[in-house]
Design a binder for this molecule. Structure first.
Ligand code: NI
Ligand code: MN
Length: 228
């Protein structure tokens, strides 16, 4: 198994790769679709795309209990460090070879304020090259931007994109994103958690497969994909 990716619901993901357990944007206790308990979930690393409450979620509680290292931008890292957590700060365009793979922060067009009003720097996405060489692009909360074409030039195995609209790309722009990224597979997230972001993921997946060579995988919260 090179990686196993579980959609926990909303923008929360669990990723197992090369024996490491990663959580991405662990928003569990307040997330109506998440079946994961922050009091028992395991984690070696927690990746946080930006400071909004539906992304930083239960990061503090989980990192305190598990001792997981939190990887996020410098501003959010500083906020977490003051709470006594183990952090690894990176920033947009910068990559680092972690034990689980090479992780680069990517551009995201969005906000990043923390729940207590602290400035959370710029939001980010993640581009992870696993130790087996697969490339996962986790866009984070973002609008469409043309530089997704540059990210696509890296050769993306799996892209995870928001399709909810209102706060992020909606279905039309997410389809344009797929055309720039040209991943092997795409998984839609950040929809149907609340009424404001209600979407039909199956209709979107059908459009992706009709108009591109990318395979779309629609997951239910709790479902996973294993690659290869
Ligand atoms: Ni957000
Ligand atoms: Mn969000």
């Amino acid at each position: 198994m090179a990686f196993r990716l579980t959609w926990i619901g909303h923008a929360s993901l669990a990723l197992e790769t090369d024996g490491y357990q990663l959580l991405i944007d662990p928003y569990f206790s307040q997330n109506p679709s998440a079946q994961v308990d922050p009091a028992t979930v395991s984690a070696d690393y927690i990746l946080v795309t930006h400071g909004h409450g539906d992304h930083i979620g239960d990061t503090v509680q989980i990192a305190e209990r598990t001792g997981a290292t939190v990887i996020t931008n410098a501003e959010i890292s500083g906020w977490l460090r003051k709470k006594g957590l183990k952090v690894h700060a990176q920033h947009i365009g910068g990559g680092f070879k972690h034990p689980f793979g090479y992780l680069k922060l990517t551009l995201a067009l969005h906000g990043s304020g923390l729940p207590d009003g602290t400035y959370g720097g710029n939001p980010a996405g993640f581009l992870l090259t696993t130790n087996a060489g697969e490339k996962l692009y986790l866009a984070g909360d973002t609008g469409l931007f043309g530089d997704m074409k540059l990210i696509g030039e890296e050769g993306i195995t799996l892209a995870v994109l928001p399709i909810g609209d209102n706060y992020t790309m909606g279905p039309d722009d997410a389809l344009r994103a797929v055309k720039m990224l040209t991943p092997e597979f795409v998984i839609p997230i950040h929809y149907n958690t609340f009424g404001l972001i209600a979407q039909d993921p199956d209709a979107w997946a059908a459009r992706v497969e009709a108009e591109t060579n990318t395979k779309a995988r629609v997951l239910k919260p709790g479902e996973q994909v294993v690659y290869p």
